[in-house]
Write a protein of this length. Structure first.
Length: 98
């Protein structure tokens, strides 16, 4: 399991990196999914906004979400909530087919 946290024109500190890694690990383990890899990219946007994009590669499933906010933590948490919603929808879809 590889979790990459990248900053483009943005300094990603140790605290933000740890927050990203712990949140992803917590959310994925909550749903008993196997994480293959994760890419989280923070980009400085105009007007001091931070764009965040998350791509998670799970066993048999790829999830992607984007968000932007004035705060990097809020942008990440918003994008992670979108990923979690996608994961829940996919799990419901799988359960309904059984």
């Amino acid at each position: 399991m590889v979790i990459q946290v990248i900053g483009q024109s943005f300094d990603v500190g140790e605290s933000l990196t740890e927050h990203v890694k712990s949140t992803i690990e917590k959310k994925i383990s909550k749903y008993n999914q196997e994480l293959i890899g994760a890419n989280v990219v923070f980009t400085q946007a105009p007007h001091k906004k931070v764009n965040t994009s998350i791509k998670l590669q799970l066993k048999g499933l790829d999830l992607f979400a984007k968000s932007d906010d004035d705060d990097a933590y809020l942008a990440f948490n918003s994008a992670m909530a979108d990923v979690e919603t996608q994961l829940l929808k996919n799990m419901e879809k799988i359960k309904s087919h059984k």
